[in-house]
Design a protein around this ligand. Structure first.
Ligand code: ADP
Ligand code: ZN
Ligand code: ZN
Length: 745
């Protein structure tokens, strides 16, 4: 018997740093999915290579056989190369990378082609029939005529056009005039092209002109909010998708994936568009992925994970809001979609265009080193000016805030109300108040599971505190979630038992209450994760705002990005100081980005103003902010980081450990630190507790690794990971490596 002559090496979706060999009857293409036995389970893996008998590590007769070859192949050479690069760069098992790349449906042993939708159509024998033949069978006659006019129809169409069609359909099928077929429905991707277009200004033309097809090049567009970056992206896509079948990938942060943008892409380009984001179902994602793979859709517009879409003929990648933190995955395989996109462009030999009003320092640094081609757009495309920025000194007694609002800000809001213009107020805290404080003994209510304070939430009807919640782990006491505490009295101190607990500080709920009190005739809307829980709800609110149905818009982060509200002329930032003294070295960068982005919502079409409340108006940060010269600010900050070799000058990784007892994680990291002799130029910190050590009941510790040389740091980590993978030290801890971390906790 010689049926075990051929062997394949397979990447299996398990967190192990190795591949597995199987016997197989015939070798499928590299990148094919195969179903293989693994322990007691059957898993879907990817064929990485074919193996000669001599190269097998074990006796061939001991090898298990591949159960089933699912496709041949599923992943292109480019995607296989990309998977290898991710596994190597982020030091993760390749099986986990493939799991990340494949849509959920294809991680299972399902066929590559998505299942179709049912359509009904007239068959050949219906040719000989006419509508008149149905006599008094009116329903059948109507349906028959309908199918003559529409070559086929699905449930959705039939439900729309008929009250009741199923009995008539059944009769037509029994008479053998109608048949049903399965067809993949791609109509939702169809373009909604309108000829309307803008004439590009000089800056825009220059960028579009600089993009050359079919060669790898990296471009950074640094354009102020409203400078016409989106218009540039669309013109580039239009320029590069000439021949039928050519494709584009457009990546955006989750939050800016508004229906407004999707509509704009559909109308501007005469191309089919599929959308991929977190709210898209597994079936829809599978369909979009397959459509791109087979060339049935021209453009994929999506968030982070869309960077893994398989394409038949990709020509251009665009990354909008390149600086946005949502491009970085914060668990599992901690990749950065922008960096993966650059690698993809390189493999496909195509251009990539990244844009932002506030580029990441990494991108600016690359531009300074001529790795990215930089274009700057300093003016708004509509001709309106950037908003004026003002500080309100809340340490000044005349500017004393009540419920987070200073007299100056209140005056400004009043002014906008009198002119029927809208105001946005930005506050980065949900709930009523971020601190519950005992005036007798200085006790502060904290989360039992985290090193963090709990936030008070009130019942808006009664105005009293209804629950306290931890925004880090989801812990909640009181409210609906925990009935036993329904009547908990949050005014009683947890320490001295005095009824002296006061809410301190301001969250969105408290400001909303205050605004409604101060401006009883104004319509106030609040946008935060407590009120806006679905994509639909967000869409509705955004629609109401654009439709001028609200006067004052109060919100968190959710409001900051991408949105275009024509009638907003005032942006108020209630508390900028939170970010001013952040422990993270990226604190100032993030704060500047946030304030410029939120400020950018003001006066996109008419003159706008931004008012920022702070207790520290003398802080040098604000001088730089008011200058609204992001590039100059970045240059200065990057100089500061040079001294410490922080990114983007040097490279950084974080080894994290999580455990039930504080000591376990620290011990594990100390052990890690001792395993490898430090190569020259690599610096590794002591094992230390994370800034928030306890979170959701688990203790977190970390080890910071740095080097001026990416290569040296990578080699060191590679050794370290092999060492950990081959030892039993990690028994009590959950560890993870974060290459190029963007958050240091
Ligand atoms: P960004 O993406 O940089 O914020 P957009 O592309 O959304 O900017 O453009 C901002 C506004 O300017 C939009 O209302 C857009 O229609 C308008 N706009 C863009 N380019 C032009 C142009 N060349 N001429 C006139 N208006 C433009
Ligand atoms: Zn907590
Ligand atoms: Zn007390």
């Amino acid at each position: 018997m010689n049926c075990q002559k051929t062997f394949v090496r397979v990447a299996v979706p398990v967190p192990l740093y190795r591949l597995f060999d199987y016997a197989i009857d015939h070798i499928p293409a590299i990148g094919s999915r195969v179903q293989v036995p693994f322990g007691k389970r059957n898993l879907v893996g990817i064929v990485i290579a074919s193996i000669d008998k001599e190269d097998l590590a074990v006796d061939p007769s001991k090898l298990k056989r591949v159960i089933n070859i699912l496709d041949d192949p599923c992943l292109s050479k480019e995607l296989n190369d990309l998977a290898k690069w991710i596994a190597s760069y982020y030091l993760v098992p390749i099986g986990m990378v493939y799991e990340l790349i494949l849509p959920v449906r294809l991680r299972k042993a399902e066929v590559l082609e998505p299942s179709g939708e049912k359509f009904w159509q007239l068959n050949d024998s219906a040719q000989a029939v006419s509508a008149d033949d149905f006599g008094r069978a009116h329903a059948q006659k109507a349906l028959f005529t309908y199918l003559q006019n529409h070559s086929m129809a699905n449930v959705e169409q039939l439900n729309r056009d008929f009250k009741q069609w199923r009995p008539a359909m059944k009769a037509l099928i029994e008479k053998n005039y109608v048949e049903s077929i399965e067809k993949i429905n791609l109509t939702e991707y169809a373009p909604q092209f309108s000829e309307d277009r803008l004439t590009l200004n000089e800056d825009q033309q220059k960028i579009v002109g600089s993009i050359k097809e079919k060669q790898f090049s990296t471009h950074l567009v640094h354009g102020v909010t409203g400078s016409g970056k989106t218009e540039v992206y669309l013109s580039i896509v239009e320029k590069l998708l000439i021949e039928p079948g050519q494709q584009a990938l457009l990546l955006v942060p989750e939050i800016s994936l508004t229906p407004q943008l999707v509509e704009r892409v559909r109308q501007r380009l005469n191309k089919s568009v599929a959308v991929i984001h977190s709210a898209v179902s597994d079936a829809e994602r599978h369909k979009a992925w397959w459509s791109a793979l087979t060339g049935k859709v021209d453009i994929i517009l999506g968030t982070r994970a869309a960077v893994f879409t398989a394409f038949k003929n990709l020509q251009i990648i665009i990354v909008d809001e390149e600086h946005d933190a949502s491009f970085k995955q914060q668990d599992g395989v901690r990749y950065h979609a922008r960096d993966v996109a650059i690698m993809r462009a390189k493999q496909h030999k195509i251009p990539i265009v990244m844009g932002s009003a506030t580029p990441s320092f990494e991108a600016l640094h690359n531009a300074a080193q001529n790795k990215f081609q930089l274009t700057t757009m300093r003016d708004r495309a509509t001709g309106s000016n950037l908003p004026d920025m003002h500080l309100v000194d809340t340490s000044d007694p005349t500017e004393r805030c009540v419920d987070g609002l200073s007299p100056s800000l209140i005056r400004q809001i009043k002014l906008r109300l009198s002119k029927q213009q809208q105001s946005i107020l930005f506050i980065n805290r949900r709930g009523y108040s971020p601190t519950l404080y005992c005036t007798e003994c200085a006790w502060i209510a904290s989360c039992p599971r985290c090193d963090a304070r709990v936030t008070a939430h009130i019942n808006s009807a009664s105005g009293s505190i209804q629950s306290v919640r931890c925004h880090h782990c989801g812990y909640q006491s009181g409210g609906q979630r925990n009935n036993s505490h329904q009547n908990a009295n949050f005014h009683v101190c947890g320490d001295c038992q005095q009824p002296a607990v006061m809410p301190l500080g301001v969250g969105t709920q408290r400001s909303e209450e205050a605004l409604k009190r101060i401006f009883p005739n104004a319509i106030v809307t609040r946008l935060d994760r407590d009120v806006i829980t679905t994509k639909k709800a967000l869409e509705n609110e955004l629609h109401r705002i654009r439709n001028n149905e609200v006067d004052i818009i109060l919100g968190t982060q959710m409001l900051a990005k991408g949105h275009d509200f024509p009638n907003v002329t005032l942006v108020g930032v209630l508390d900028a100081d939170q970010g001013l003294f952040a422990v993270d070295f990226r604190g100032p960068e993030k704060l500047y980005q946030q304030l410029l982005q939120i400020g950018g919502r003001a006066g996109r079409h008419q003159r706008g103003e931004v008012y920022i409340q702070t207790q520290f108006p003398e802080h040098p940060f604000f001088e730089q902010l008011l200058a609204q010269d992001y590039a100059a600010f970045a240059e200065k900050e990057i100089q500061n980081r040079r001294i410490l070799n922080y990114p983007p000058i040097g490279y950084m990784s974080l080894l994290r450990a999580e455990s039930t007892f504080a000591q376990q994680g620290l011990d594990f990291l100390r052990w890690c630190r001792q395993q490898i002799v430090l190569p020259a130029g690599v610096f590794v910190s002591e094992a230390v507790p994370a800034p928030m050590e306890k979170r959701a009941g688990r203790y977190r510790a970390q080890l910071l690794m740095q080097s001026a040389s990416r290569q040296s740091l990578h080699q060191y980590q590679h050794q370290l990971i092999s060492c950990i993978a081959n030892s039993k030290q990690q028994n009590n801890v959950r560890w993870s490596l974060d290459v190029d971390p963007i958050d240091l906790y």
